[in-house]
Design a protein. Structure first.
Length: 183
């Protein structure tokens, strides 16, 4: 039985987990606004449950968001990491435009042409999965994120593989296959 090509690139998620991600990142932002206080709270906690309670009370967070703050790697305290967090929050909080249609036309399993708003770009790689990875990366980095618009790309020319790629400014992507419900 032949395998279906599934891109290995950006994390494939359920269609847009924007609200969930926004809530967790907002909790991070709140706690990281005062890193000295956060570290002091954690240092004074008797155990994990006490730490969750302290963070929850100090920053007025629900328990699950306080737990997410505790799961946070302390590398997030650096200025550059906080800057990336601020950029992601800006995107999640922004008003997104309507879906932007696109096409991905495979000429072979190693070559595809992506067309967005009458602009075409060719992608080549060692195989279908690698081409799909490059296409998805392009749609995220060059289209969805800078334009703050989700992109829905119809895929043609593949015997097996996705029939549609959806990418969102939140940097999530999903791949729909002919056999999928609604695909």
């Amino acid at each position: 039985m032949a395998r279906r090509a599934r891109p290995a690139g950006p994390r494939v998620t359920a269609p847009d987990r924007r609200a969930e991600r926004l809530a967790v990142l907002a909790a991070y932002e709140t706690a990281l606004a005062d890193p000295v206080r956060l570290v002091a709270l954690l240092g004074d906690a008797e155990d994990d449950d006490d730490a969750v309670r302290r963070v929850q009370e100090a920053f007025d967070l629900p328990a699950r968001h306080a737990r997410a703050v505790l799961d946070l790697q302390f590398g997030r305290l650096s200025r550059s990491s906080r800057g990336r967090l601020a950029d992601e929050l800006r995107i999640l909080r922004a008003e997104w435009g309507p879906e932007l249609p696109a096409t991905v036309a495979f000429a072979s399993r190693r070559r595809a042409v992506v067309t967005v708003a009458d602009e075409a770009r060719t992608f080549t790689a060692g195989g279908t999965t690698a081409v799909l990875d490059r296409v998805t990366e392009h749609l995220l980095d060059e289209v969805a994120v800078p334009r703050l618009r989700p992109v829905v790309a119809e895929v043609t020319g593949l015997g097996r593989g996705p029939v549609r790629i959806r990418v969102f400014p939140s940097r999530s992507a999903s791949y729909e296959y002919a056999g999928d419900s609604g695909g």
